[in-house]
Design a protein around this ligand. Structure first.
Ligand SMILES: *Cc1c(COP(=O)(O)O)cnc(C)c1O
Length: 381
C-alpha cells in the first residue's frame, strides 16, 4: 500500500541529525523550556516575520491560549469556518463563547467573505457580541486575508489565522502566520512541519498579547515562577520536540518546493477529467498539507474510494461533514452552508507528501481516472 503521508522516508533522510539533536537534549537535561525552545521560537519568528513566536503543547492549545489571552467568554461570538478540523471551533466552546459558522468559497475551500458578513449580522441579531474571526488556511492555502481583514476591521473584530495546515505557504509575498492580529499553527506529525509528538506555536507582533500568552502557557505565572497572576494552563512544548523541529526546519524549504512540484504534477494529470482540481488564488502559494479534489456531481464517492483502495491507493475525506453537521456543534448558529455541504459530499484527498515519486503519482492519477471513467459510464447508463 502506498502511504497517504510518508513520514518514514523523511525520517531516513535526517535520522542521524535527529538522533544527535535528541542526544544533545539528553546530555543537557533541560527537558522543559531548554535552549532549543528559544532557538526554535526565534527561527519561527523570523520565518513568519513576527516579533513574537511562542511555542506551545499543540495546535489546539495555541488557539485556546489566544482566546484566553483575549478574554473570550460567554456571550461572545467567534466566526469560524464550518469546513475545518474540529479544534478551530472547539476552543471557542471551551470558553463558553459561541462559534458562529461561516461558509467557504467553493473554489478555495477557505472562508467566504460574503458569508462572514452574513454571519456577523446573524450574531448581532442573536444579541451575541462579535469579537473575532478565525480564518483557516485549509489544506495549506492561505485564506483570502485582503478580503477578510477589512470586513473584520470594519466591525471592530480581531483576526486570528489558524494556519495549522498552512505553515510554509505565502499570501501576496507574505509568509503564512504573518497576517492578522495573531496566527497559530500545529506541529502534529502529519502537518507540513511536524514533530514526533504534539506541538504548536503562536505568532504575533503584539507585545502585550505575547506577554499574557507566555504567562498563560505556564499556569498564569507572574514575575516569579510561583506567582500566579492569572488562570492559565500547562501549555509548554517539550524541549525534545523543539530539537526535532530545528532539524526538520533545515529541510523544510526543500520539502515545500517538492510539495509544490508534486501538486503541479497532479493538477496537470487531472485537469482534463476534473474541472475542480484545487484552485489557488493569484499571489498565493500553498504548503499543500493536502491535495484535495472535487469529484463530479452525481459521482459515487464511496465507489471511487473502494476502486482506488483495490489498486493499493489510500485516500481520505477531509471533511465528510461540516462542523455545523456534527452532533457536538449542530446547535450553534450558522450562515447558509451550501458550499460547505457540497464540498463535504464531493471532496477526496489524494496521497500528498514531499517524497511522492512521479511513478507513484502516475499510478494514483491512472487509478482515479479509471475509477471516474467507470462512474461516468454508470451515470450515463
Ligand atoms: C490540526 C489542526 C488543529 C489542531 O492542531 P493539534 O496540534 O492537533 O491540536 C487546528 N486547526 C486545524 C485547521 C488543524 O488542521
Amino acid at each position: 500500500m502506498i502511504p497517504f503521508i510518508d513520514l518514514k522516508t523523511q525520517q531516513q533522510r535526517i535520522r542521524q541529525q535527529i538522533e544527535q539533536a535528541i542526544i544533545k537534549v539528553l546530555d543537557h537535561g533541560q527537558y522543559i523550556m531548554g535552549p532549543e525552545i528559544d532557538e526554535l521560537e526565534s527561527q519561527l519568528a523570523q520565518r513568519t516575520q513576527r516579533k513574537h513566536a511562542i511555542s506551545c503543547a499543540n495546535g489546539t492549545d495555541a488557539l485556546a491560549l489566544v482566546l484566553m489571552a483575549l478574554d473570550i467568554k460567554a456571550g461572545d461570538a467567534i466566526f469560524v469556518p464550518s469546513f475545518t478540523f474540529a479544534a478551530t471551533a472547539e476552543v471557542v466552546a471551551w470558553l463558553g463563547a459561541t462559534p458562529v459558522f461561516v461558509d467557504i468559497d467553493p473554489a478555495t475551500f477557505n472562508m467566504c467573505p460574503q458569508s462572514l458578513t452574513q454571519a456577523i449580522q446573524l450574531a448581532k441579531y442573536l444579541q451575541l457580541s462579535p469579537k473575532g474571526v478565525v480564518p483557516v488556511d485549509l489544506f495549506g492555502q492561505p485564506a483570502d486575508y485582503n478580503q477578510l481583514i477589512p470586513i473584520a476591521q470594519s466591525e471592530g473584530l480581531w483576526v486570528m489565522a489558524d494556519t495549522a495546515q498552512g505553515l510554509g505557504g505565502q499570501y501576496h509575498d507574505q509568509p503564512a502566520g504573518s497576517l492578522g492580529l495573531v496566527a497559530t499553527t500545529s506541529f502534529f506529525p502529519a502537518k507540513p512541519l511536524g514533530c514526533y509528538g504534539e506541538g504548536g506555536a503562536i505568532f504575533t507582533n503584539d507585545d502585550q498579547l505575547a506577554h499574557v500568552i507566555r504567562s498563560l502557557r505556564i499556569h498564569g505565572q507572574g514575575e516569579h515562577k510561583y506567582d500566579n497572576v492569572r488562570i492559565g494552563m500547562n501549555g509548554r512544548l517539550e524541549t525534545i520536540q523543539a530539537a526535532i523541529l530545528l532539524e526538520k526546519l533545515k529541510i523544510f524549504d526543500d520539502e515545500l518546493a517538492r510539495r509544490n512540484e508534486i501538486a503541479a504534477y497532479y493538477t496537470q494529470g487531472l485537469e482534463e477529467i476534473l474541472a475542480t482540481a484545487p484552485t489557488l488564488l493569484n499571489h498565493t502559494i500553498s504548503s499543500w498539507a493536502q491535495y484535495t479534489v472535487m469529484l463530479p456531481q452525481g459521482c459515487d464517492r464511496d465507489a471511487v474510494v473502494k476502486a482506488m483502495a483495490a489498486d493499493g491507493i489510500p485516500t481520505m475525506i477531509y471533511y465528510a461533514k461540516g462542523l455545523h453537521d456534527q452532533i457536538a456543534y449542530g446547535h450553534y448558529p450558522r450562515a447558509h452552508m451550501s458550499a460547505t455541504e457540497n464540498a463535504s459530499h464531493h471532496v477526496l484527498s489524494l496521497p500528498m507528501h514531499p517524497y511522492l515519486t512521479t511513478e507513484t503519482q502516475d499510478l494514483i492519477i491512472a487509478s482515479l481516472k479509471q475509477a471516474l471513467a467507470q462512474q461516468t459510464f454508470k451515470m450515463a447508463s
